[in-house]
Design a protein around this ligand. Structure first.
Ligand code: SAH
Ligand code: CA
Length: 214
């Protein structure tokens, strides 16, 4: 399901800053060589992540779900000069490719790229995280949220991607609801009822839940 009229979408993309040549290359390479390329954030969402990051000027960013590194590079654009971004992914097959992209972006010194299961890696991390992007397995969104929220300062921002799940969170499709849809419905309801935060669900692309810790 597309949430925005196609012509409005195209017009909006044409009036959104262009991505860097490196990001264009990562986009092209991902569609040419990597499984499930639609997971990549892309121009519009990438510019949104970059814009949020530049508004926040975070010292520490945490990303859960690196994939081919596109969103990490967008998020890193707003880091303070000596800031750092920790990103993690369970898929070791992409490690070499992603490491090369971070190097090409001149971010090797600022990005701490870890391979492993986020559920195991997150408890080891110290924080504080000023900006967190949750974009890994949908079933664990609520765990990730609870694991990071305590390690964030007041005013810290979490952005969770794909929270509309192509509209399936409405639960009105013909098929029985799958686990990912169920988990996202529970996540969205949990955040909505969580007094520790304020939140806004932005219906851009596949839905971005933007959450601010009070
Ligand atoms: N953030 C990227 C896209 C991420 S796609 C972008 O916007 O361009 C989701 C990623 O989550 C996949 O690469 C997948 O390997 C990773 N993932 C899934 N389950 C995970 C887990 N338990 N721990 C860490 N990464 C996981
Ligand atoms: Ca995503």
């Amino acid at each position: 399901m597309e949430f925005i009229d196609e012509k409005i979408q195209i017009y909006s993309e044409l009036h959104t800053s262009v991505e860097s040549e490196l990001l264009k290359k990562i986009n092209r390479d991902t569609y040419a060589d990597v499984l499930a390329p639609r997971m990549l954030s892309g121009q519009m969402q990438g510019r949104i992540l970059s814009m949020y990051s530049k508004m926040i000027n975070p010292r520490t960013i945490l990303e859960i779900g690196t994939y081919t590194g596109y969103s990490a590079i967008c998020l890193a654009e707003g880091l303070v000069p000596d800031g750092r971004l920790i990103t993690m992914d369970i898929n070791e097959e992409l490690e070499e490719r992603v490491t090369a992209y971070f190097e090409a972006a001149g971010l090797t010194g600022q990005i701490d790229y870890r391979i492993g299961n986020a559920l195991e890696l997150l408890p080891e991390l110290q924080g504080p995280f000023d900006l967190v992007f949750i974009d890994a397995d949908k079933e664990n969104y609520q765990h990730y949220y609870n694991l990071v929220l305590d390690k964030m300062p007041s005013g810290g921002i979490i952005i969770a991607d794909n929270v509309l799940w192509s509209g399936k969170v409405l639960g009105d499709g013909p098929k029985k609801m799958d686990k990912d849809t169920q988990a996202l419905i529970e996540f969205n309801d949990f955040v909505q009822n969580d007094d520790r935060v304020e939140n806004v669900l932005i219906p851009v692309r596949d839905g971005l839940m933007v959450i601010r810790k009070k």
